[in-house]
Design a protein around this ligand. Structure first.
Ligand code: ADP
Ligand code: MG
Length: 703
């Protein structure tokens, strides 16, 4: 690599230099990778008889008239005659020196957009110079830039960076090219071409990035990403983790797990059995598990977590389960206590809202190792929490946790050099291309089967004008002994408004349903749940609803994840147009958990607009067309793009700049096959390649 130029210590940056920083253009390679937005053709002179309106053209001719027009806006009008036709050049601001350069009889070359008009061809403020200079041999790049960074300055900076940047290395040794479809351009060739294309290039292939030079660039970018993910995976394989098996040695079954299986009120699905087996095998290895369990809402991930916990606890170690919300953590806790305490496992419970005394007791149970299982919210990863011997951490709804939080869990070291096994769970299935790229360092387990006896949820789109019919439907459900969720949206700008909305709906439903109630049944009670309520109150409401004493639960999105009340058969989502697609799917997953036929009503309001916006419509349409979480995830990716889809995992991390996961699957496959060969056979080249593309961002991608 070229040594960094030595800078005088105190020389302040000029405006354009600051602007370059702002764009992140610091290293030569950064500049080299700053690609043009579009190109101008300064390689030829066009005859005016051949131009069309709208052409960006370069013309050359003799000035046949030059005058300042004083009527209307003051301007300089220059007539240029190239022998085939004439063109009027208009300048609204000009110096006397320019006026002299454009005097009658001067031969000049002008460049700009051709416009038509009553007076013949015109150009507004064209760039001009004396005629006869050398013509460019390549197209001229126009770069994306910011205020204070002139195009010409940027062009020069990039040109010299390209000359200096260390692009001469053939990144890939020749024999590695043999794998797959790699275009035979070197990075250097590709970049030089993309900055200065030959004039005969088909511009369309540059615009849609299908040109071999683009392919090469995208391939390299994907390769860097694959290398860094693979390296992270291998680094993890160097770490140590406790071997979790029942005391009786390899190959023997796990008594506690067996006992739990025997007491469950249901049989595992085939998918659950397979996934449990995958996890059990990981736990028995001396390296930390790093596994993502994806399964659609209702596919039964919790019991899988419990079975893994059983192996861990049986081997004499502690297991922690962390959920993103207090309600969800509470529910997991209740469920796991119900399953595991009868088998002699002591559990502890940790949340932020806990009373000091209770908390102290819990911390003591955890520190002494008496608690085999610890369930809670983010509180589980706080510094104060000392485990005796944590060996397995389960993170539910992992996409709701940030990178930093996952790292904190991993750092709860058991002993020197030992990390806990990590099981992450998500109901938002990851589309294949994302799984292959951003999640390439994870092992994936998939629950692709729902427990038997579920009837698919029927989804209906209903205009808010027909709200009364929906309320009617609620009372029918209640009369059948069923329960109903009604979810109000989060209005981001105002939590207060959000609350008003939910409170009003709550009042409206209470009134309407009381009115229609002939028998004063308790099941007609309408409850309200929102994020500002004190925890104890929230808990009380959830208990009432879960136990069936409450018929309708009006809530803001706090119930989004994981809540499990099988008797609920109707989900109404108010202002469904304001929700994201995966959020809608999650919410819908709260019903259809029992054998009863369930429905989801998406109430939408168009507001002042005559109809819904395009993406809102696409989301609702997707919801009404499919119940399949994978299909929903795919469409979500389409609508939102990977950046948003990945959410917290990607915060601050390098997203792909050039490659597009939706279209570049073949290149991704190529990079995926090449990465291990390159790491094995050419580790130095691999390192250099990652540095070039990711710089300091590689660490982030590994979290
Ligand atoms: P999710 O994957 O959305 O977290 P849960 O773990 O909450 O799903 O499970 C949904 C419901 O299905 C729970 O009531 C759970 O007890 C039940 N369940 C899980 N596995 C099975 C099974 N194999 N057969 C029947 N019911 C099951
Ligand atoms: Mg769940």
């Amino acid at each position: 690599m070229t040594p960094a130029p030595v800078k005088p210590p105190s020389k302040p940056l000029t405006g354009p230099q600051k602007a370059l920083r702002k764009l992140g253009l610091v290293r030569d390679i950064d500049l080299a990778l700053h690609l043009p937005l579009r190109y101008e053709d300064q390689t030829r002179i066009v005859r005016l008889s051949d131009v069309r309106e709208g052409d960006l053209a370069q013309i050359e001719g003799v000035v046949s008239a030059c005058q300042i027009q004083l009527s209307g806006r003051r301007q300089l009008l220059v007539t240029l005659d190239d022998g085939s036709d004439t063109c009027t050049l208009r300048f609204f601001a000009f110096y006397p020196s320019q006026q002299r350069a454009l005097a009658v009889g001067q031969k000049i070359r002008a460049r700009g957009e051709i416009r038509g008009g009553l007076l013949g061809w015109q150009m507004m403020h064209p760039a001009f110079q004396a005629a006869g200079g050398e013509l460019a041999t390549t197209l001229t790049p126009i770069y994306p830039t910011v205020a204070g960074l002139p195009q010409a300055y940027l062009r020069r900076a990039i040109q010299s960076a390209l000359a200096r940047a260390d692009l001469t290395v053939t990144v890939l040794p020749e024999h590695l090219y043999q794998i797959g479809l790699q275009p035979r351009w070197s990075l250097r060739e590709a970049l030089l071409f993309l900055h200065y294309p030959r004039p005969d290039v088909a511009l369309g292939t540059l615009e849609d990035h299908s040109h071999p030079a683009w392919q090469r660039l995208k391939a390299e970018e994907l390769l860097a990403q694959q290398l860094s993910q693979l390296q992270a995976k291998r680094e993890r394989a160097q770490l140590h983790a406790p071997v979790l098996m029942a005391g009786s040695g390899p190959g023997k079954s796990h008594p506690l797990q067996q006992q739990l299986l025997a007491t469950l009120p249901f049989q595992l699905t085939g998918a659950q059995r397979r996934v449990c087996e995958e996890i059990t095998q990981d736990l028995a290895r001396p390296v930390p598990m790093h596994r993502l369990l994806q399964g659609d809402v209702g596919s039964g991930k919790t019991v899988v977590a419990a079975l893994a916990a059983a192996v861990c606890i049986d081997a004499g170690w502690q297991c922690a389960l962390m959920a993103p919300t207090e309600i969800l953590a509470q529910q997991h806790f209740a469920k796991l206590v119900g399953w595991l305490e009868p088998l002699g496992v002591q559990t502890a419970w940790l949340t932020g809202s806990q009373k000091t005394k209770e908390r102290r007791q819990m911390l003591a149970l955890i520190a002494s190792g008496a608690a085999g299982l610890v369930v809670g919210t983010h509180a589980v990863i706080q510094d104060k929490v000392q485990f005796k011997n944590l060996a397995l951490a389960v993170i539910d709804e992992q996409h709701r946790f940030g990178v930093a939080q996952r790292l904190a869990l991993r750092s709860k070291l058991v002993e020197e050099q030992q990390e806990p096994h990590l099981l992450m769970m998500t109901a938002t299935p990851i589309p294949r291309t994302l799984a292959m790229s951003y999640y390439a360092d994870l092992d994936l387990s998939t629950l692709d089967e729902l427990p038997p006896g579920r009837t698919p949820v029927v989804t209906k789109l209903v205009n808010d004008a027909r709200r009364a019919e929906v309320i009617e439907r609620i009372s029918t459900q209640l009369a059948q002994g069923r329960q109903v969720y009604w979810v109000c949206p989060l209005i981001e700008e105002s939590e207060a408004l959000d609350l008003t909305n939910a409170t009003e709906t709550h009042a409206q439903l209470s009134a309407a349903l009381q009115g229609s109630a002939r028998h004063g049944s308790a099941a007609l009670r309408v409850g309200l749940l929102h994020s500002r309520m004190p925890v104890a109150e929230k808990k009380a409401v959830m208990v009432e609803f879960t136990s069936g004493q409450m018929g309708v639960l009006v809530s803001t999105t706090v119930i989004e994840v994981g809540v499990d009340v099988p008797n609920a058969s109707l989900m109404v989502i108010e202002h469904a147009e304001r929700f994201g697609l995966s959020q809608l799917h999650q919410l819908r997953g709260r019903v259809g958990r029992g054998a009863a036929a369930s429905a989801c009503v998406l109430l939408y309001a168009t507001g002042d607009a005559p109809r819904l916006g395009e993406t809102a419509r696409a989301r609702l349409k997707a919801m009404s067309e499919t119940n399949d979480g994978f299909e929903i995830a795919r469409r979500d990716l389409e609508l939102r793009g990977p950046g948003e889809f990945l959410g917290a995992r990607q915060s601050g991390a390098a997203l792909l700049r050039f490659a597009d996961l939706a279209t570049d699957t073949a290149l991704l496959e190529w990079a995926r096959r090449l990465a291990p060969l390159m790491l094995d056979q050419h580790p130095a080249l691999a390192e250099e390649h990652m540095q070039r593309w990711l710089g300091g961002k590689a660490e982030f991608l590994k979290a």
